[in-house]
Write a protein of this length. Structure first.
Length: 272
């Protein structure tokens, strides 16, 4: 099991009777659902940071349809065939991908971290062997050079802390969206569609070296308005788009929808 670091004093946490405790006496109870909240009140910018309950439920409903399985397959192809050390899914959300990674990388040596307690609560239901934590990617409760692998899907890259926890030679696997992603949906929501594809290189520096970059594109046909609303609710368009435009997306039911993702694998190089 990965070793956790006390968010109050940086000492090692040990788990006894469902409580994580450090030698300074800081205690964090593991919820009955199987996750632990290591986000201290003074490190929270709002009462309920991260995705809210509706976003988490929408993501689960959409991902369970399996529409993004080709992306999951492409991500799994970037992983070793067998467990090769401790790993972290940072911004794990409700754990659909994390669960799939655990089949390959091992559950007992995996950590899922998200700042949303709603997301982690849902994720913990999927697999009790993983270590599920409510924490911020900006202050990971993990030790220096302790992780062989960090996965970051559709979540901000916290470069310094990822560099801190990755071992030398360890790998960062990131996914973001490409310029064609959900184009008909974006055209329905906005007058001016922003054209930009994800590039992790904008956020990383010479502590990382690119191993592989891949575009994954496929299409599917949403077959209900509910599916489209769930898709919308799990993306940042949920915050950005006008309510009137959001109410109208049912018109895209039965029409082809393109998915476009960019996957990059980076190695942590120790030169600084
Ligand atoms: C677009 S979702 C992606 C979830 C998951 N990786 C997936 O692809 O299904 C982004 C996630 O990042 C989380 N998040 C936002 N800020 C965060 C932070 N500072 N630290 C950790 N997670 C954060 C949100 O709560 C949300 O679950
Ligand atoms: Zn402590």
């Amino acid at each position: 099991m990965p070793t956790l670091k006390c968010p109050s004093c940086d000492h090692t946490l040990t788990l006894t009777d469902n409580t994580w405790q450090c030698e300074q006496g800081h205690r964090f109870d593991r919820a009955r659902r199987g996750y632990t909240n290591l986000l201290l009140a003074q490190h929270r910018r709002s009462r309920s940071p991260g995705d809210d309950k509706a976003m988490v439920q929408a993501r689960t409903a959409f991902l369970e349809l399996g529409r993004y399985q080709p992306l999951a397959d492409a991500l799994l192809a970037q992983l070793p065939a067998q467990p090769d050390g401790d790993w972290l899914d940072l911004g794990c959300g409700e754990g659909w991908y994390t669960e799939r990674f655990a089949h390959v990388l091992g559950a007992g040596n995996g950590v899922g971290v998200d700042i949303s307690k709603f997301a982690v609560d849902a994720a913990a239901k999927r697999n009790k062997q993983l270590t599920w934590l409510v924490a911020s990617g900006a202050r990971l409760p993990l030790f220096e050079q302790s992780m062989q692998r960090v996965l970051v899907l559709f979540t901000r890259l916290f470069t310094d802390d990822i560099a801190r926890v990755l071992k030398s030679g360890g790998e960062l696997l990131v996914a973001g969206t490409g310029e064609n992603h959900l184009m008909p949906l974006r055209e329905a929501l906005y007058e001016d569609v922003r054209q930009s594809g994800f590039d992790a290189g904008k956020f990383l520096d010479d502590r990382f070296s690119l191993i592989d970059s891949e575009e994954v594109q496929f299409e599917w046909t949403p077959d209900s308005e509910q599916e489209l609303q769930n898709l919308l609710t799990m993306t940042p368009h949920h915050w950005r788009a006008k309510p009137s435009a959001k109410a109208d997306i049912g018109k895209l039911t039965g029409q082809t929808m393109p998915a476009h993702f960019i996957i990059q694998r980076w190695e942590r190089v120790i030169n600084s």
